[in-house]
Ligand binder design. Structure first.
Ligand code: M6R
Length: 586
């Protein structure tokens, strides 16, 4: 949520602008840049994405920028960052939970606020605390903040200087061939060979001239060793596709093919998996759906009890953590605030925690006992697609390893076939384009399935609602008649997923029940006889992938459906309204 950038070096404005554009996946409600030159700030702000921010006349070698996902205050110019007060200009990613109390103090001093944000209070407090030592002022102010923050701060008394602070929101310093940088994430710093220095929680940095100095929570100097930026991974292009989302769906077969990140190579993880007597999975959104799909694999294949929780709920329901629990915290970004908090709590209560992440250098990875990479490659579109397939496969591989270890059955051959099956599904999945017209003005859409197909249905529904803005729900097919059936009327689109031969008859009963009430039913199935059922509004026949690992495959037509409906409704599938790729606030 929100992307911040700071830059020290020649011609700062266009560089900050370009870097901000690469962080728009973190939010695009408004954008702004402040430059410091000759002791004065020049600030430009606008509502909406970064494009169009007027920077042509901005000269200077030191500045900060921000792309916002609004939390406190509507997406207006006043609420856009940077927030300037007195000698300070501040950009902030995170939430200051105690800002009301702090603001009261400032108001009592007679200070006037120009925005409704929680962030502006930081600039006021800095102005009040500053006694000539920038780092000391930043430390004094951050010591009073409750919540999460990554901050980049300019002070008009300190030329060629950017001060930084981090607590629970990511911030990385980069030293390039020219200039010193800071940013919320690596893509903004993706220059081949750039040296990267991630800040840890409670750490500070002061960039001055071409020097970067790092400090711990107590203000003691810190030595940091850089890692080198992998520009090829960190600067993805659309590669001929109109949108990142479509490209990322197309990458699923190659992502699945790259899978062999053997669990044994994850530094003792395999041993921890085998020693566990209980699996917990905690995650949000799409990652949660991947966890649900894997629950079936853990319990069915490996006979291992597995409990899946929404991370944002887990942290507040006083969870019981059974002995020998292995908690799998699943997150594409590794920066989701709720998942991080749930993983911390599970660890405190005695679980061994493994971070199942796409971003290996993330906060979640750093706190976990083990890191299991899902290896999807950088995902840019807000809607998760290839990372879901990679998460499902990674978790299912764990279940398959356990099953083998327990002498139950080997699933190696089935797993090996998945990339080819995904390739085939990509091509048959294009058939959903013919369905789009039925969805364009639907009042609501339902996705149904049973067993593992229910997990896939939930993900299909989430994809559709987040990028098409159509109200959509996922249900177990068995649950319809307990209430939801009342909502089915003539032409209501119902998408049924059916990969389990054993449950085919049951799922088809639900299909007949909704068809009888006028619904237009679209079937995504591996069962030819079901695909040929008269009266269906559409069907995609998937290759035979069995029902054990099927969500990694059956999700593909559902992702394509969401993509084409979104396009047909005139939306930008890569940047759905109100959402951001990394949800770094609670
Ligand atoms: O980075 P994470 O996997 O932790 O993100 C969790 C959710 O915010 C995320 O999966 C979200 O639901 C998807 N972007 C939806 O497509």
């Amino acid at each position: 949520m929100c992307g911040i950038v700071g830059y020290l070096g020649k011609n700062a404005a266009p560089r900050i602008y370009a870097a901000l554009k690469k962080l728009e996946y973190r939010g695009y409600d408004s954008a702004g840049i402040a430059l410091l030159s000759d002791g004065k700030f020049t600030v430009r702000k606008k509502v909406g994405p970064v494009a169009g921010l007027k920077i042509a006349d901005l000269a200077g070698n030191c500045g900060v920028g921000h792309t916002r996902w609004a939390t406190h205050g509507a997406p207006t110019e006043q609420n856009a960052h940077p927030h300037v007060y007195g000698r300070f200009a501040v950009v902030h990613n995170g939430i200051i939970e105690n800002y009301r109390t702090l603001k009261e103090e400032c108001l009592a001093r007679g200070e006037v606020f120009s925005s409704e944000t929680d962030s502006e209070v930081i600039a006021h407090m800095l102005e009040h605390s500053y006694r000539g030592d920038l780092l000391e002022a930043v430390r004094a102010v951050t010591a009073r903040l409750v919540g999460s923050y990554a901050l980049a701060i300019l002070c008009s008394d300190c030329p060629e200087t950017v001060a930084l602070a981090r607590e629970k929101s990511p911030l990385i310093v980069g030293r390039g061939h020219v200039g010193l940088w800071c940013a919320s994430d690596v893509p903004a710093l993706a220059e081949k060979g750039m040296q990267l220095y991630p800040l840890g929680d409670g750490e500070f940095a002061v960039l001055h001239g071409d020097e970067a100095a790092f400090y711990d929570r107590d203000g003691a100097p810190l030595e940091k060793k850089p890692t080198l930026c992998d520009a090829a991974r960190d600067t993805p292009e659309k590669g001929g596709f109109l949108h990142f989302m479509r490209k990322e769906i197309a990458e699923i077969p190659s992502v699945l093919r790259r899978r062999p990140h053997a669990l044994t190579a994850c530094g003792g993880f395999y041993e921890a998996l085998c020693a566990a007597e209980h699996i917990g999975i905690t995650a949000c959104g799409t990652a949660y759906h991947a966890g649900l799909a894997a629950k079936y694999a853990f319990e069915r294949l490996a006979r291992m009890p597995c409990e899946v929780s929404f991370a944002g709920e887990y942290r507040y329901y006083e969870p019981i953590v059974p002995e020998k629990t292995l908690m799998l915290a699943v997150s594409q970004s590794g920066e989701t605030a709720d998942t991080i908090a749930a993983a911390r709590l599970a660890k405190e209560r005695g679980a061994v925690v493994a971070a199942v992440v796409n971003e290996e250098k993330s906060t979640l990875a750093a706190l976990a006992d083990f890191v299991v990479p899902v290896g999807a490659g950088r995902e840019i579109a807000v809607a998760a697609t290839k990372s879901y397939a990679a998460q499902v496969l990674t978790l299912d591989s764990m279940a398959a390893s356990l099953a083998e270890r327990r002498g139950l059955r080997g699933y190696g051959d089935l797993l090996k076939e998945l990339p080819d099956l995904a390739e085939e599904t990509l091509s048959v999945g294009e058939g959903v384009r013919a369905w789009v017209a039925h969805f364009l003005s639907a009042r609501s859409v339902y996705f149904i399935g049973r067993g593992v197909d229910y997990a896939a249905a939930l993900e299909g529904s989430l994809k559709l609602k987040e990028i098409s803005y159509l109200p959509s729900e996922g249900y177990p097919a068995s649950e319809l008649k307990h209430g939801t059936l009342a909502l089915i009327e003539a032409h209501t689109p119902v998408v049924a997923v059916l990969t389990s031969e054993a449950l085919a008859e049951k799922t088809m009963n639900a299909v007949h029940e909704v068809t009888a009430r006028g619904a237009s039913v679209f079937l995504v199935t591996t069962v030819r006889a079901c695909a040929e059922t008269p009266g269906l509004a559409g069907a995609v026949l998937l290759p035979q992938c069995g029902d054990v690992f099927s969500p990694a495959i059956s999700v593909i037509p559902l992702q394509l459906l969401a993509y084409y409906v979104s396009l047909a409704r005139g939306n930008d599938p890569d940047r759905p309204r109100n959402l951001a790729k990394s949800v770094t606030v609670e």
